[in-house]
Design a protein around this ligand. Structure first.
Ligand SMILES: [Zn+2]
Length: 260
């Protein structure tokens, strides 16, 4: 099993966190092998065994995880200790229609699933609050990353200068070609930055840089550049290590973070 950490988060010694690779699990075919999401047509027993193995590897209790039904929206949910176990063993108990989770409760593991969309990890080591957000192009245009940061500022006392952010493995500008409707939405959402976010424009298509679009919206709400770590790992380029939806795979990686 392979998984990835954000060095600035590890250094705080406040959290357990990881972004999974796709090796070392039990699933087969297009879910091969460490598919961690129930929101797929994979066999539930395999997903559960994969989750048990991943959680054991990280020293996280499966009963403590909280998952949402991700819908490419902008709804943010404040997770409490009483939510533990939601979405852990099946899809029906997941928090509905939510793409970002926040908690200040220790021992509650926030989990979200990805296969090209951008995982965004948040840690305020001063107020001791964490969050995870899921941003494809729709979530990026909706500015779910910035809204998650602003929720931390407004509701959890986070100061922007203290907020650490990690932008995890996801589809890179090298492989994310988008069409005119998406180009239009990016130009509307980032009028000053569209020339750096959209490159190689021709015939109504362009390459979109979701990493930079999420980084820019975090800078715009005051998160210092030095606090933002971009993994820079493209899931399409690295199909041996990661599931990539655009490469035709159906499994999902997990991002997990928990205050110790
Ligand atoms: Zn690539």
């Amino acid at each position: 099993m392979e998984y990835y950490e954000i060095p600035s988060f590890t250094r705080t010694n406040l959290v357990k966190h990881a972004f999974s690779g796709r090796k070392g699990g039990f699933s087969q075919g297009k879910y091969s092998t460490l598919n961690l999401s129930f929101f797929t047509e994979d066999k539930s027993d395999n997903v559960l065994e994969n989750r048990r193995k991943f959680c054991t590897e990280l020293g996280i209790d499966l009963d403590s995880i909280v998952c949402a039904e991700q819908v490419h929206g902008e709804h943010i949910y404040n997770v409490a200790e009483t939510d533990q176990g939601r979405g852990a063993y099946n899809r029906d108990s997941a928090i509905p229609a939510t793409d970002a989770l926040i908690t200040k409760d220790k021992g509650v593991a926030l989990v979200a699933f990805f296969a090209d969309c951008v995982p965004i990890f948040f840690l305020d080591p001063v107020q001791k609050v964490i969050a995870i957000a899921h941003a494809g192009w729709r979530g990026t245009v909706a500015k779910i990353a910035a809204k998650t940061a602003q929720t931390l500022f407004a509701e959890y006392g986070t100061e922007s200068r203290n907020l650490l952010v990690g932008i995890g493995p996801s589809i890179g500008p090298c492989h994310y070609q988008v069409d005119k409707p998406v180009i239009n939405r990016i130009e509307e959402a980032f009028p000053e930055k569209s020339s750096i976010l959209l490159t190689e424009r021709k015939n109504g298509f362009a390459q979109l840089n979701l990493w930079e679009a999420n980084r820019q919206q975090l800078l715009a709400v005051g998160v210092p550049s030095a606090n933002i770590t971009v993994a820079g790992l493209c899931t399409y380029c690295m199909q041996e290590r990661f599931f990539s939806h655009r490469a035709g795979m159906l499994g999902r990686q997990a991002a997990v973070i928990m205050l110790k």
